[in-house]
Design a protein around this ligand. Structure first.
Ligand SMILES: [Zn+2]
Length: 444
């Protein structure tokens, strides 16, 4: 057993955990998981299958690690790429084909093809319209605003798309593709019947499903749960997720898929029940609870996304943008509201002092309301900003999820007046940054 499978084993047994080793962090590398099949652990994972007529590669690379992934593949097999499958159009999954095209052209080989769900090209079109927004939100999500980040402007569009399911054969090896709504509207999971290898894409991630992501487009809690149920039915023996590590053995795979489905079904049912009772979003967000025993499972810690954010996405999919709080329908500008509250509080110093008291008592939810009002209502005064920044920094240190840590850390940076510039290409040092963050969250 190599270091990746050994690590997966110790994670499953609870000898280490995802608070220490985030699913998108090390150990990285390439390892054979069964006959003709390699698993490459990176920020996102790549799966390589040898056939009699070249390679089938699931998610060839991320925008920032395509050279690394190409080298890793070429360290274990010299076969040309025949077919790439993109599990979805996120930029940590759908890059890398260009390297194999160049290689094929240089060697006079047939050009490879890429297959994806039919909604994937529309996602790439959207990305080309919104590079500035996507750079900004990824900077917050992964770097906490601490470094420059960019978003690519050019993409490799799939050569072939499909709608519900697609089955094909390469060099005598059957490959089954199934569409699902989940983290995205363009998701595909893949099953190889001969080896019973299941490639989940991001439908399994070694943490609370990323169905809530605060800064990104709609995600699909109920569709995700259905996809997990469908994957349970194929009887896989090896499960290779889009992030994190392999799960080996039918019983473990069944348990991991079952628990993840139950978590999502519970959040969905609780939320829909309250919506049907006419509850406002505020009541729903503070009432719905994820089953605590499930969040304790080694593969379901809230280290990336959080149940609370998933509840908001269930609301967004089934309801309108009005959240049920009447003043939110046509609100005053936040800076004016903040100035009014400073006036009522008898000055900004009183508001800052109370915010600091609440933060010391670890009531960060309340402390940050007051911090926002103090900072905005003071016209983003730098002295006030330094004090409110500390409240956000303390809050970030107390969080477990990448989403919350990233946004709160970015807020602290902004309040300190440190706003990094966006770069034109590449996402530098994202792996190292996430490693540091994972270690930080464990030590605190
Ligand atoms: Zn991903």
């Amino acid at each position: 057993m190599g270091k990746i499978l050994e690590f997966a084993e110790s994670l499953w047994k609870g000898n280490t955990d995802t608070f220490t080793h985030h699913p998108i962090s090390a150990p990285f590398g390439v390892e054979q998981v069964t006959q003709g099949t390699w698993f490459i652990k990176g920020f996102a994972n790549t799966i390589v299958r040898e056939t009699g007529n070249g390679l089938v590669i699931i998610d060839p690379a991320a925008v920032m690690d395509h050279e690394y992934k190409f080298r890793k593949v070429r360290s274990v097999t010299a076969l040309p790429l025949h077919t790439a499958v993109f599990t979805h159009g996120h930029i940590d999954h759908c890059f890398g084909v260009a390297d194999y095209r160049l290689e094929a052209e240089a060697n006079g080989w047939p050009l490879p093809r890429a297959i994806a769900h039919e909604d994937l090209p529309r996602r790439l079109d959207r990305y080309r319209q919104t590079p500035g927004y996507n750079a900004a939100i990824n900077m917050r999500q992964f770097q906490g605003g601490a470094a420059e980040v960019s978003f690519p402007a050019a993409f490799y569009y799939p050569d072939i798309t499909y709608k519900d399911r697609l089955s094909f054969s390469v060099g005598g090896i059957q490959v089954q593709l199934q569409h699902a709504l989940g983290e995205t509207d363009d998701h595909t999971w893949i099953f190889f019947p001969d080896t019973r290898v299941l490639c989940t894409g991001d439908l399994f991630f070694w943490c609370v499903p990323n169905a809530g992501n605060p800064q990104k487009v709609q995600r699909y809690c109920q569709g995700w749960a259905r996809a997990l149920r469908e994957m349970q039915a194929v009887g896989a023996k090896i499960m290779l997720p889009g992030h994190g590590w392999p799960i080996i053995g039918a019983n473990r795979i069944e348990q991991a898929l079952e628990d993840t489905a139950v978590l999502l079904e519970s959040l969905h049912e609780q939320t829909i029940t309250l919506m049907n009772q006419g509850a406002p979003l505020d009541t729903i967000v503070h009432t719905v609870k994820a089953p605590a025993d499930l969040l304790d499972k080694p593969y379901l810690h809230a280290v990336y996304d959080e149940p609370e954010f998933i509840v908001r996405n269930i609301w967004r999919l089934n309801g309108g943008w009005y959240d049920g709080t009447p003043s939110h329908l046509k609100p005053a500008p936040e800076s004016k509201l903040a100035a009014e509250i400073i006036e009522l509080a008898g000055g900004v110093d009183n508001l800052v002092r109370r915010a600091q008291e609440l933060a010391r008592a670890k009531d960060f939810r309340m402390a940050c309301h007051l911090a926002d009002w103090a900072y905005l209502g003071s016209g983003k005064n730098p002295d006030v900003g330094r004090q409110t920044a500390q409240i956000y920094a303390d809050r970030a240190a107390a969080e477990t999820s990448t989403m919350a840590m990233g946004i709160f850390t970015a807020t602290a940076q902004e309040m300190r007046g440190k706003v990094p510039q966006r770069k034109k290409a590449g996402i530098p040092s994202v792996l190292e940054s996430q490693d540091r963050r994972a270690k930080k969250s464990h030590t605190e």
